[in-house]
Design a binder for this molecule. Structure first.
Ligand SMILES: [Zn+2]
Length: 191
C-alpha cells in the first residue's frame, strides 16, 4: 500500500478523517491512480448506502450530492462540518505528499541527492514562500509540508536539482584518473 503513509500523514495533519480509515483510502487511491482526488473522493462517497435527502440537507450538503452512511462514518467531528471538502483536501494532501516522495526516490535511484524546493503557493502560503528555491537533500522530505504551511493540501514540491558545474568537475576528475591509470599501464607496464 504505497499511499498508506501519505494518507496517514494527511489525516493527522488535517483532522477530517478518522485514522482507522487510512487503509480504505489508501486502497482507493492506489486503485484509482492517475485520477484527481476530487474524483476519488466522489467515488468514496458513492460506495455503500446513500444517505436520505433529509440527512444530506442536515449535513449542509445538497440533496443530490453523493454521500453514504459509510463515508459519513469515516469523518471526524471536524470532518462533518465540511463533509465534501474535508475528504477531498485529505486525499489531495496525500497525493502531493506521494508526488514528493516519488520525486525524491527517483533522484536517489539515479545517484543524486540534491533537490530544490518548489513553493507552489508563494503568494498564499508563508511556508511555500519561505522555502521556495531552497536547495536540500532527501532528508528534508520529512520536514514537508512545512509547519507554517497555510494551505489545507500543501502542494509544495521537491525536484531533483542538478548542479551542472559540479557534475562537470566530477566527470573531469573521473576522466583524469582514468587517463593517469592508462598512462601508468602504458609507460610503466603497471595497472
Ligand atoms: Zn504550503
Amino acid at each position: 500500500m504505497r499511499y498508506l503513509p501519505h494518507i496517514e500523514k494527511a489525516i493527522s495533519r488535517l483532522g477530517y478523517i478518522k485514522p482507522e480509515y487510512a487503509p480504505a483510502l489508501a486502497i482507493l487511491m492506489e486503485e484509482n491512480e492517475g485520477h484527481h482526488p476530487h474524483k476519488i473522493g466522489r467515488l468514496f462517497r458513492q460506495i455503500g448506502i446513500q444517505l436520505s435527502a433529509q440527512s444530506k440537507r442536515d449535513l449542509g450538503i445538497r440533496a443530490n450530492a453523493d454521500m453514504t452512511v459509510e463515508a459519513i462514518d469515516a469523518l471526524t467531528e471536524k470532518g462533518r462540518t465540511a463533509p465534501l471538502k474535508g475528504l477531498e483536501a485529505t486525499l489531495l494532501d496525500a497525493q502531493f505528499s506521494y508526488f514528493r516522495e516519488r520525486s525524491v526516490r527517483s533522484g536517489l535511484t539515479s545517484g543524486r541527492d540534491r533537490f530544490k524546493i518548489d513553493g507552489m503557493f508563494t503568494l498564499e502560503c508563508d511556508g511555500c514562500r519561505r522555502l521556495d528555491g531552497e536547495i536540500a537533500t532527501s532528508a528534508f522530505l520529512s520536514k514537508l509540508p512545512p509547519p507554517d504551511c497555510q494551505k489545507e493540501a500543501c502542494a509544495i514540491g521537491i525536484q531533483l536539482n542538478i548542479d551542472f558545474i559540479q557534475e562537470l568537475v566530477h566527470k573531469e576528475r573521473v576522466r583524469e584518473a582514468a587517463q593517469k591509470k592508462g598512462l601508468l599501464a602504458r609507460i610503466f607496464k603497471r595497472d
